[in-house]
Design a protein around this ligand. Structure first.
Ligand code: IMP
Ligand code: MG
Length: 172
């Protein structure tokens, strides 16, 4: 039983693309956060009718079977020529603690984009982090559970699932 079914994801991605098409009539420079954003970006960008460029960054904050983020490592940094002077839209699978996107936004701001916005498919409820970074486009608000599928992994697996599933809570 999925938390979010494939058809619901499809519908929501189409709605988000519609909003992005309206806001960025002159084009947008997408920065996709690897690896989790792959299916989301792939589906979303094919619904964009504006001029689009795409670059990727890679961040890792989970080690093995952990279900809470550890220290962030930027494995593949932002490329300045993709963001300087551009209308930049960062796309990730999920906003959890906000650490990943917070660091990435700082990096990109230092490269003076014309504008900077964020888009995530999922936003996890984290009342314990009231000062979390804000996103401009959000697919679904979900409870604070660990989820897999549609790009999201548990210990490297599950990214290929076409729907999103909640994992059973960690023991202890
Ligand atoms: P944050 O830095 O804590 O916001 O975490 C964001 C990153 O952690 C996302 O880009 C995901 O790769 C990963 N992540 C956070 N929550 C989950 C989850 O429930 N399932 C799988 N990956 C997650
Ligand atoms: Mg990620």
């Amino acid at each position: 039983e999925p938390l979010i079914a494939t058809e619901a994801i499809e519908r929501r991605v189409a709605e988000l693309a519609g909003a992005i098409n309206v806001r960025y009539v002159d084009g947008v420079s997408i920065v996709a956060v690897m690896t989790g954003a792959i299916p989301f970006v792939a589906d979303l960008m094919r619904r964009l009718t504006i001029p689009v460029t795409v670059s990727v960054v890679a961040a890792r904050s989970y080690v093995g079977t952990a279900q809470r983020a550890g220290d962030l490592r930027m494995l593949l940094p932002v490329s300045a020529e993709q963001v300087a002077g551009q209308d930049v839209l960062v796309i990730d699978d999920i906003l959890d603690s906000g650490q990943t996107l917070g660091v990435l936004f700082e990096d990109i701001r230092a490269m003076t984009p014309a504008s900077l916005a964020g888009c995530v498919l999922l936003r996890k409820e984290r009342p314990d982090i009231p000062s979390r970074i804000e996103m401009d486009y959000v697919g679904f608000d979900i409870p604070d559970a660990f989820v897999v599928g549609y790009g999201l992994d548990y210990d490297g697996l599950g990214r290929n699932l076409p729907a999103i599933y909640a994992m059973p809570a960690e023991p202890g």
